[in-house]
Design a protein around this ligand. Sequence first.
Ligand code: CA
Ligand code: CA
Length: 181
Amino acid sequence: MTTQQHRNLAAMFEIFDVTADGYLTVDDFAAHAKSTCGALRLADGSPHWTTIHTALDAWWEHLRAHWGDDDRIPTPVCVTIMAEELVDDPVFFDATVGPIARTVFQVLDADGDESITAAEYTAVYLASGLTEEIALGAFAQIDADGDGRIDTGEFVAVVREAFTSTDPDAPGAWFFGVRPS
Ligand SMILES: [Ca+2]
Ligand SMILES: [Ca+2]
């Protein structure tokens, strides 16, 4: 794991730490689930809402299983656990990041044709308060082959990059709200 990968993970968990006290708790993960659902405008109790909440819960439980019985984990320890134990663990990914990524893809793909157009992409991000310029810039980066559509493969690549990229400008660094520093 490189310094940059560590920095990406650290930036991600800093955002997860909504109480900003240097520790992560189940409440932080619940708050992050809530803000993610808010950004995606998912109705309380809807199937997508449930998937996001279940995945963030599972994420917390995976971290806690590697840490012990404590109700709070220092944020730097979460980074280390992710880097050393979870990033390459398919069981972890299938229970957490995978369902989140599929849900985000389905929400963005408003017409359900298995690809996301710039119009579909910006509709969601403008609704959550980002500017069109930022949304279109992110879209262009994720649309790796530049055909004007984000397909599943491009999306999965971005999600994988969010955890493994050594490039601070990789579009994956933006997933989960992480921006290149
Ligand atoms: Ca579509
Ligand atoms: Ca494309």
